[in-house]
Every structure is written in C-alpha cells, then in structure tokens.
Ligand binder design. Structure first.
Ligand SMILES: [Zn+2]
Length: 292
C-alpha cells in the first residue's frame, strides 16, 4: 500500500509547480512581489494547499468509511496528511510539509493564545507545526535534520518522534487496509471552482484552477480508497481563510481566502507589503480561527 500511495502522490507532485499565469488584475499582496518573490509565494501557497487538502481528505475518509477515531480527530487527520505525503518520498511533497510547518509556526507567533484557543477543536498552531515536524523527523531524521535544527528540537524528542511516526503509520495503514482500492474501484467526484466577483479572490481561483488543486485530490483518492461516487470537491469563497468537510453534503470545500492567506503571509514575512496594506486584518489568521 505504501508503494501505491507513493506512486499516486507522485502525480500530485507535478502539480506543485507554480503556474506563471498572466493576470490582468493582481491583488496588492501579489503586486508587492517581484517575479522571483511571486514564484516563491505561489510555491509556498501550493505546498500549504496540498497539506490542507490532504487534511480535509482525512476528514472525508473518516466520515465516508466511518473509521474509528481514538483521540482528537483534528490531530488524527493532521497525522494522516503527514503520513501520506511523507510516504510518497518526493521532494515536492516534502516541501509541502515544510511549508505547512512554517505557516503554522508563523501563525502561532502572530497571536496571543486565548482561552478559546485552548477550548478549540484544533491544537494550537505551534503545536500543529511541531506535530507535523515530529512526523517528518520521525520518518527520517537525516532528511529533515535542517528543519529539526532550525526548530531546535532536542535529540531526545527526535528519537521519540521516530517511535511515534512508526506507530502513526502502522495505525493508519491498518485502519485503511480493508478499504484499499485499485483501478477498477475508481469513482466519480464532482469538481467545481465556483466563480466570484471579488477580483482578489478570483485571482486565487485562477491560480488554484491552473494548479489543478481539486484534480490532484481526485486523481490521488479515486482508485486508492474504496469510496462511493458523488463526493463533491469544491473551491469557493467562504468569508474566512479555511477549508471544510461536510459529511451530510458529502462535500469538501477549499476556500479562496485560504490560498490568499499564504501569499499574504509570504509577502509579510519577506517585507513585501506596503504600509497601506490591510492584509493583516484578513479573516481567519488568528489562532482561534485557524481551523481546517
Ligand atoms: Zn480539520
């Protein structure tokens, strides 16, 4: 199964190259970047989109297959997303994980933790960053040594992560084992990138379309796991930077605002935002709002 996941995700990896679309209109956070900065920002966005889509796909699998969840589901699907991407053993997908660690870490540094954050269904942003990092280091301490060093993770913790990764991988694979599919089990997803009149978000709609974000998810999971036809994979305006799985509607939604938030984060981290920018006030960047 590991080999099969790896092969399928390799197809996904090809997607994660930024498309250099010639847009008539660009949002201010994009206008503030030079071409090299934009390439890097879109690659950073792409990596995070991959991670979040796999996280939501984890919710989809739990819901559609009625899988048991021992512990907090949000942590479980973060683990699944990490395991699937790591088992592909692909540089682009490794980078997606690195990008995700960076964005959760950055988010965790931007806001003071409130009581609501402790109550939340999700772990704190920095905990999520460290948990993903732990899976990475746990799979291969050498490959991710630079990241472990930059996060100053002690050797003792790195060794614990190895044990935790093995357990996480075995657990997920044994739970998913009975549901593994092959090409004859391919299913039909319904894909939609909903239109928007918001020019900024339309830019990100176009980016996600050019990248084939939803197609990547479809191509990875159709024929990988025994699912039923008709699951909707959609990208839409949500009013916040987020992504959702709705079990009743059988619909996974990725929000254009979420894609935008990563480009804004990149621009801010690299000093490319102008003083008139109000991008730090965009929705969904607080710890309490950092759902998904
Ligand atoms: Zn979630």
């Amino acid at each position: 199964m590991r080999k099969r996941i790896g092969a399928l995700l390799l197809a996904a990896a090809a997607w994660a190259q930024p498309a250099l679309a010639q847009e008539d209109y660009v949002p201010k956070e994009v206008a503030a970047l030079d071409q090299e900065g934009l390439d890097k920002a879109l690659t950073f966005m792409g990596g995070n989109v991959i991670y979040i889509l796999f996280h939501e796909a984890g919710h989809m699998l739990i819901s559609e297959l009625n899988l048991p969840v021992l512990g907090r589901e949000e942590d479980a699907v973060d683990t699944l997303s990490s395991v699937l991407l790591l088992e592909a053993k692909d540089e682009t997908l490794d980078q997606a994980l690195r990008d995700s660690v960076e964005s959760w870490y950055t988010l965790g540094n931007q806001y003071e933790v409130s009581e609501e954050d402790f109550m939340d269904t999700h772990g704190l942003s920095k905990q999520r960053a460290y948990n993903i990092a732990c899976m990475m280091i746990g799979q291969d301490q050498k490959r991710f040594k630079d990241m472990a060093d930059s996060l100053e993770i002690p050797q003792e913790r790195r060794d614990e992560c190895e044990v935790e990764y093995q357990k996480a991988r075995e657990s997920w694979f044994s739970v998913l084992g009975p549901y593994m599919a092959d090409d004859k089990d391919k299913i039909k997803f319904k894909l939609a990138y909903y239109k928007t009149n918001n020019k900024d978000l339309n830019y990100y709609r176009q980016q996600l379309k050019d990248f084939g974000a939803l197609e990547m998810l479809r191509d990875t999971f159709s024929g990988l796991v025994k699912l039923k036809d008709g699951i909707k994979l959609t990208a839409n305006v949500c009013g916040e930077a987020n992504a959702y799985w709705d079990g009743d509607a059988r619909e996974l939604t990725y929000c254009y605002e979420d894609a935008q938030s990563y480009v804004q984060m990149y621009a801010e981290n690299n000093g490319a935002t102008d003083e008139n920018s109000s991008s730090t006030d965009e929705a969904g960047t607080g710890d309490g709002d950092a759902a998904q």
